[in-house]
Design a binder for this molecule. Structure first.
Ligand code: PLP
Length: 321
């Protein structure tokens, strides 16, 4: 725990208003204050956009800012765009390159959250996905922990996770975030830290804005990509780290009541990072403390994203050269 705490992200809260700095918009780096859209923009009216959340971690010793899994995130953005028929003028590599330039322009020496956004920019009233002008933007903001990374109290939400045939769940669609916002807002109002969402079939899908893992008898379990989850990049990273520790894992449906008998449970996501859940529906998970599997994965992840693990340097794109 001491190590995880020492490495925990310090920085501004995600609820701080973003007003200053430079962003990428309309093919150029510009002040964020000038990067505005009209109120008749399609995406603002209908939620017809998709986005990414990427983190960059500052390594003070190396004086380096590392973008984590940048290319994977931009590839997912292009997949989401394809589902929404948003044309991209840029490849994933070019978007990563613009991200590096944006971060450099801001001159950050702290942990940063990166928000690429591809959207229907046309000022048109018609509800459609076809024949509309598209736009892409990237803004960045210094950010600490999105949620606390230890001892989260979760609740199984009575809001159902959006199904792929209602709003594509594997696309990170702006409008679809009403669903986790409702779940998370209700959870917070009821005194919980996080909402776990079930699919329309009543099985576990994922948390409000992170994938979910449980540990049962030493085996790591997470839901399949067909369980209406966002195909998480941190989820894949966790499975890679589990291999290093020879922790066995299963990708399979998870029943609600498995949550009540799990030994450990944690969130995995870019924003959430690896965050332990120690109670669900006011029942203790295991003995109600941070478990050993979660702790090992969390420690290794926190080091890997900061460029402190040689074997995972290929996850990272250094900003300053
Ligand atoms: C709904 C949802 N699921 C899962 C994740 C985790 O995905 P990733 O690890 O790619 O950040 C996120 C976070 O962005 C999310 O919003």
């Amino acid at each position: 725990m001491a190590q995880a705490e020492a490495l925990a992200t310090q920085g501004p809260s995600p609820q701080r208003e973003i007003t200053d700095g430079f962003c990428f918009f309309k093919g150029a780096i510009m002040p964020l204050a000038d990067a505005n859209v009209n109120i008749s923009t399609h995406a603002l009216n209908y939620g017809t956009g998709c986005f990414e959340g990427i983190r960059a971690y500052w390594n003070a010793e190396q004086e380096q800012l590392y973008i984590v899994k940048g290319l994977e995130h931009f590839k997912r953005l292009l997949q989401s765009s394809r589902i929404l028929k948003i044309k991209s003028a840029y490849t994933a590599e070019e978007l990563l390159d613009w991200t590096v330039r944006t971060l450099k322009e801001n001159g950050y020496r702290e942990n940063v959250y990166i928000r690429p956004l591809a959207f229907k920019a046309a000022q048109v009233v018609k509800v459609t996905l076809t024949g509309l002008r598209d736009e892409i933007a990237i803004f960045t903001v210094p950010m600490g922990d999105y949620v606390k990374t230890e001892g989260l109290r979760a609740v199984v939400s009575n809001w159902t996770r959006v199904a792929d045939n209602i709003i594509p769940s594997r696309a990170k669609v702006t409008g679809a975030y009403i669903n986790p916002a409702l779940a998370n807002d209700a959870a917070t109002a009821d005194g919980y830290d996080e909402a776990i969402m079930l699919s329309t079939d009543g099985q576990v899908s994922e948390a409000s804005s992170a994938n979910l893992f449980v540990v049962r008898d030493g085996t790591l379990v997470t839901t399949p990509i067909t369980a209406d989850i966002l195909e998480g990049i941190t989820r894949r990273a966790v499975l890679q780290l589990a291999d290093q520790f020879a922790i066995p894992y299963e990708i399979r449906p998870i029943d609600r009541t498995e949550l009540y008998i799990a030994d450990e449970m944690f969130l995995a996501g870019t924003g959430a990072q690896i965050a332990s859940i120690t109670s669900v529906d006011r029942r203790a998970v295991g003995d109600g403390e941070l478990g050993p599997v979660t702790q090992r994965l969390q420690g290794l992840y926190n080091r890997a994203v900061r460029g402190q693990e040689e074997r995972y340097l290929d996850w990272l794109t250094p900003v300053y050269t």
